[in-house]
Design a binder for this molecule. Structure first.
Ligand SMILES: [Zn+2]
Length: 227
């Protein structure tokens, strides 16, 4: 080859098609041979840029993980599967990213959505049944929640019933001069994902209502304190 295209676009515009050696083609069908070949190519041509190349691969692995998660609806892990620390970090980040994306970056509780030009947003991908206990990364075990409402959900200050209606704990003493108070959301519908497949699982929401949600009756003395 006598020319050196500087980008994939110019390469594509110059070359219509190419034939692969039959043996090479067969080799490329196999994932292990493919990664061995990639290693050889990187060692030979990009040895001085290994760090950058590895970073690209990590992004690819993350993207692949995210796509699988979204296509399959996520999974429940066994303890053995969670032994590698790297995998745990990728798993966790992918779960959070997919969950917030199916809610289109809105808080499921209050609907808040903030996106910056840097791609930052205000919501977390929260687990309904905590991962430490259930190892359940199915997307329907997730809720997209802004920071305040993530905190409130994890402490059971609100729950969601089987009709996706919000229920607020009765023992909260709250003043919210510049925001809508939690109790004003009582009985309102949860903001749901773009696809029914990803709706939060009723069984998980029920577990949260029964186990985490604070059913306690109002503590009058508490209300007196902030009144
Ligand atoms: Zn919120």
């Amino acid at each position: 080859m006598s020319f050196k295209p500087k980008s994939l676009k110019s390469l594509k515009s110059l070359i219509l098609y190419a034939f692969l050696d039959q043996e090479l083609f067969l080799l490329l069908q196999d994932r292990i041979s493919r990664s061995a070949l990639i290693n050889v190519l990187v060692e030979t041509w990009f040895a001085h840029k290994k760090e950058q190349v590895n970073k690209l691969f990590q992004i690819d692995a993350f993207q692949e993980f995210q796509n699988t998660l979204k296509d399959s609806g996520g999974k429940v892990y066994t303890v053995e599967e969670l032994n590698s620390e790297d995998k745990v970090i990728v798993r966790d980040a992918a779960f959070r990213k997919v969950v917030v994306s199916v809610y289109n970056y809105h808080c499921a509780f209050c609907g808040l959505k903030i996106i910056t030009s840097l791609g930052q947003n205000i919501v977390d991908g929260a687990h309904i049944q905590p991962f430490a206990e259930f190892r359940d990364d199915r997307i329907d075990n997730g809720l997209s929640l802004c920071k305040n409402h993530h905190w409130a959900f994890d402490r059971g200050w609100f729950g969601v019933d089987e009709r996706y209606k919000i229920r607020i704990a009765q023992n909260l003493a709250e003043t919210a001069p510049n925001n809508r108070a939690l109790r004003e959301f009582e009985g309102e519908s949860l903001y749901l994902p773009n696809h029914e497949l990803y709706y939060p699982r009723i069984e998980a929401l029920q577990w949260h209502l029964e186990t985490v949600f604070q059913q306690a009756s109002p503590d009058e003395s508490l209300f007196d304190q902030i009144a």
